[in-house]
Design a protein around this ligand. Structure first.
Ligand code: HSE
Length: 441
């Protein structure tokens, strides 16, 4: 018998518990109730919300049967009539406890919680394996853009070389506003806050932490190795100035906050995985440079598939609910028909590369004394560090004794590039290192 032959009403109801009733939880509950028949056919059996855990029982929730609400999440996620637990609370410690107890009680779990997965995927995956249940987290990376499914399933037969992505909408909105209007970082952030893109406390977004969680998840899945949040080198966008953006535009580049995950060979010839988040100059010809406003995009290089790009809304109640519901259909189908989704597999077990070993390129903007021999001296210093210069541009300054020098290097080890920047900052002829931004693509 195939799934389509099944009368959904003949099979056991899949009971669902939803933990959290914020924007995403509300959207999940509404869509699940509105489209119950559709879900029953897609799953091959009826699906029903058995309970919803909330922190405030007194709040009215339109369209939600108040009998479903409980403030005892711990009891709900291990209840006998619950088969799948959807965790959309956020935070780390409390949801970790709930998800672990649900998995240990034999419930499959669907979570949208990137911080939880990036910090504790090993422990959660082990608990899911031991209990023989599913752990799904498509919504944890870029909402409904199918990044997790693509890495876990679609490209499971390929060798991924590199993943680079714009995975944070708030910072992309800010950088895009700075690029298109010439605004300062502060003004662009204020506009993002006014329009509801940036949260009241924007730290997790603008410091790159949100993107770093997503980078850890993508690197773990893409390279079959364990990469955690703390393994990701992370720099945010708070130091990017209108001048940096203008200089980048003039040279044909756009500044984006990229999450970059790649397999590298370190100086001892060993394979390692690098995951990092930092502002990056990308040429205007690169498809990621045209990702505007708060959109996300993920660019993947795989050996056989070649280059692929995935683009769309990376946040918001409905797009995140779409990803959660897709996972819920998968988990519920497995409850009805048996079987498990592809779980995590860290067989390759590559170590995380030392950040100093990562090959990268720098765009260095500095103000120097405009006198004979300065350029030759600087070129010799780069050469002594084994760094080759790709382009050198000099601009006159209002003060004629100064010149602005913009250097772009060829690829070199991060540690060597850091060393030359430290050295430049201490030279009498270098009045100021205005900015150092990595360059990609
Ligand atoms: N705050 C994130 C963003 C969405 O701005 O893209 C949730 O990860």
């Amino acid at each position: 018998m195939t799934v389509t032959d099944l009368n959904p009403n003949d099979t056991k109801t899949v009971g669902v518990a939803i933990l959290g009733m914020g924007t995403v939880g509300t959207s999940v509950a509404q869509l699940l109730q509105e489209n119950a028949d559709e879900f029953a056919h897609r799953i091959g059996g009826p699906v029903e919300i058995k309970g919803i855990a909330v922190s405030d029982l007194s709040k009215t929730r339109e369209g939600i049967d108040s009998n479903l609400l409980t403030d005892d999440a711990r009891a709900l996620c291990t209840r006998d009539d619950v088969d799948v637990v959807v965790e959309v609370i956020g935070g780390i410690d409390y949801p970790r406890e709930l998800v672990l107890s649900a998995l240990k009680a034999g419930k499959s779990v669907v979570t949208a919680n990137k911080a939880l997965v990036a910090a504790h995927a090993d422990e959660l995956a082990e608990a899911a394996d031991e209990a023989g249940v599913d752990l799904y987290f498509e919504a944890a990376v870029a909402a409904a853009i199918p990044v997790v499914g693509m890495l876990r399933r679609s490209l499971a037969g390929d060798q991924i070389q590199r993943i680079s992505g714009i995975v944070n909408g708030t910072t992309n909105f800010i950088l895009d506003a700075m690029t298109s209007t010439g605004a300062s970082y502060e003004d662009a952030l204020a506009e993002a806050t006014r329009l509801g893109y940036a949260e009241a406390d924007p730290t997790a977004d603008v410091e790159g932490h949100d993107a770093a969680s997503k980078a850890a998840i993508m690197a773990s899945l893409g390279f079959h190795s364990r990469v955690k949040f703390d393994d990701v080198h992370c720099e945010g966008i708070t130091n990017i100035t209108a001048d940096d953006i203008a200089a980048a535009s003039k040279a044909g580049y756009t500044i984006k906050l990229l999450a970059i995950c790649e397999r590298i060979t370190d100086s001892e010839g060993k394979t390692a995985v690098s995951a990092r988040v930092h502002p990056t100059l990308i040429p205007n010809s690169h498809p990621l440079s045209s990702v505007s406003e708060s959109y996300n995009a993920i660019y993947v290089d795989a050996e056989a598939a070649g280059s692929l790009m995935f683009y769309g809304n990376g946040a918001g109640g409905a797009p995140t609910a779409s990803a959660v519901l897709g996972d819920l259909v998968g988990a519920a189908r497995n409850k009805v028909h048996g079987g498990l989704a592809p779980g995590e597999n860290t067989y390759a077990n590559y170590p995380v590369a030392d950040f100093g070993e990562v090959p990268t390129r720098y765009h260095i903007d500095m103000t120097v004394n405009d006198r004979t021999g300065v350029l030759a001296d600087l070129a010799a210093r780069f050469s002594a560090h084994g760094i080759s210069l790709r382009t050198v541009r000099q601009e006159e300054q209002e003060r004629h004794e100064n010149a602005r020098l913009i250097l772009v290097t060829h690829q070199a080890r991060e540690a060597d590039l850091q060393a030359i920047v430290d050295e430049l900052s201490g030279l009498d002829d270098v009045r100021e290192v205005n900015s150092v931004i990595r360059l990609d693509g």
